[in-house]
Design a protein. Structure first.
Ligand code: HEC
Length: 132
């Protein structure tokens, strides 16, 4: 009997733990939208279209296909030259100083907005594992 009670508590404990540690996509997208408005929209614009030749687009950007590179550029900053949708950009984006959770939220947001859609959920752990 004791065995089953202990087992039961471990089981419930694990369910609670997973509820608190894993952020569902919907919540991440809402947080990501806030972060985007505060830290990204002044350059890449609310509609993600950017400014041709100056601020590259995020809406339907082919750069975003490489998710690791996308995360790295937001985490550590990005220095050109790069080609986005056939257009050359040779500029600098400094790191916005976001923490790993905030980066995962904003990446989920840009990967699932303005016609972009990705099946993968980006977690804080994934962001944490990305190196420069
Ligand atoms: C001060 C303006 C500025 C801000 C703020 C800014 N960016 Fe950028 N971003 C740029 C520039 C300029 C580039 C291109 C850099 C280069 O030429 O290498 C860029 C490139 C990118 C790229 C890769 C190219 C592309 O368009 O797919 C991504 C992804 C990106 N930014 C996402 C973000 C996100 C997310 C934020 C907010 C957390 C953000 N940026 C904030 C200016 C900015």
């Amino acid at each position: 009997m004791k065995f089953f009670v202990t087992f039961y508590f471990i089981f419930i404990f694990n369910i609670c733990l997973s509820l608190f540690t894993k952020k569902p996509l919907q919540e991440s997208l809402l947080d990501g939208q806030e972060i985007y408005k505060d830290f990204c929209a002044q350059c890449h614009l609310e509609d993600g279209k950017g400014v041709k030749g100056i601020y590259p687009p995020l809406a339907k950007s082919d750069f975003l296909k490489d998710i690791n590179r996308t995360i790295s550029s937001i985490k550590y900053g990005l220095k050109g030259p790069i080609i986005v949708n056939g257009e050359k950009y040779n500029s600098i984006m400094v790191s916005q100083g976001l923490d790993d959770e905030e980066i995962s939220d904003v990446v989920n947001y840009i990967l699932n907005s303005w016609g972009n859609s990705t099946k993968q959920l980006i977690t804080e752990e994934i962001v944490n594992s990305i190196e420069k």
